[in-house]
Write a protein that binds this ligand. Sequence first.
Ligand code: MFK
Length: 186
Amino acid sequence: MSSTWTLPDDLTVPEPVEFFPAAGEKLPQHWSKCFGCGDDQPAGMAMSFRAGNGLEVTGRLEVAKKYQGGPGVIHGGILSTAFDEAQGMACMALGSPVVTGHLEIDFARPIPLGSVLEFRARIDGVVRRKVYTSAEAVIVEGPTADPDTVVGTSRGLFLTITSEHFAKTKEFVDGEPTSPFGTSSV
Ligand SMILES: CCCCCCCCCC(=O)SCCNC(=O)CCNC(=O)[C@H](O)C(C)(C)COP(=O)(O)OP(=O)(O)OC[C@H]1O[C@@H](n2cnc3c(N)ncnc32)[C@H](O)[C@@H]1OP(=O)(O)O
C-alpha cells in the first residue's frame, strides 16, 4: 500500500551536529533502559546503530522467537517499535532530544523469526520543532535474506523537546541510567 505521507514545502535539511559520529561508527545509546536499544534492559530488543552518510543511520535487530506475532513471523508491533527506534536514533544527528509524534508503517513482506533485520533510517528535513523521518528494513541474515528486498517502510514525525519534557515522569523512572546521555536525551 502506498503512504499518504507528504513532506511540507518549507522543509529544510540541516547539517549533522559536529559531535555526531562519522559514517560507520557506532552511535551511543540514548538511554540504557530503553526497550528498543538499552543494554541495561533485559526484556528489550537490544538494537544497535551506526552512523551512515549525512543524516542517515543503520540499525540492526535480531528477530528473536519471543517476537512472534503470526505463526513463524515477527509481530507487527515489534517491527513498528524497531522503526520508531531507528528513526528516533537518526534524529540524534540534530543533537537534541526528540519524541515520536506520529509514525506510520507499511508491512511489505513477512519476516521470519531468526532473521536479522537492517534498518536504514534518516532525517528528511525539519520545520521548526518538527523532524520528518523515513526508513526501510531489509533482511540481511536468515532463511529469506535479501538485502535488495524491502520488507517494511516507515514515515515518522518527531518533535524536538527540552529536558522539561521528562521532568513530569521522573518519579516513574525504573533504575539508574548508565548511558552517556543519561535520562535527558530521551
Ligand atoms: C536523539 C534521541 C534518540 C531518541 C530515540 C527514541 C526512540 C523512541 C521514541 C519514542 O518512542 S518517544 C515515546 C512516544 N512518544 C511520546 O510519548 C510523545 C507523546 N506526545 C507528546 O508528548 C506531545 O504530543 C508532543 C511532544 C509530541 C507534541 O506536543 P507539543 O506541545 O510539544 O507540540 P505542539 O502541540 O506545540 O506542536 C508542535 C508542532 O508539531 C505538530 N504536531 C505535534 N504533534 C503532532 C502529531 N502527532 N502529528 C502531526 N503533527 C504534530 C503541531 O501541529 C505543531 O506544528 P506547527 O509547528 O506547524 O504548528
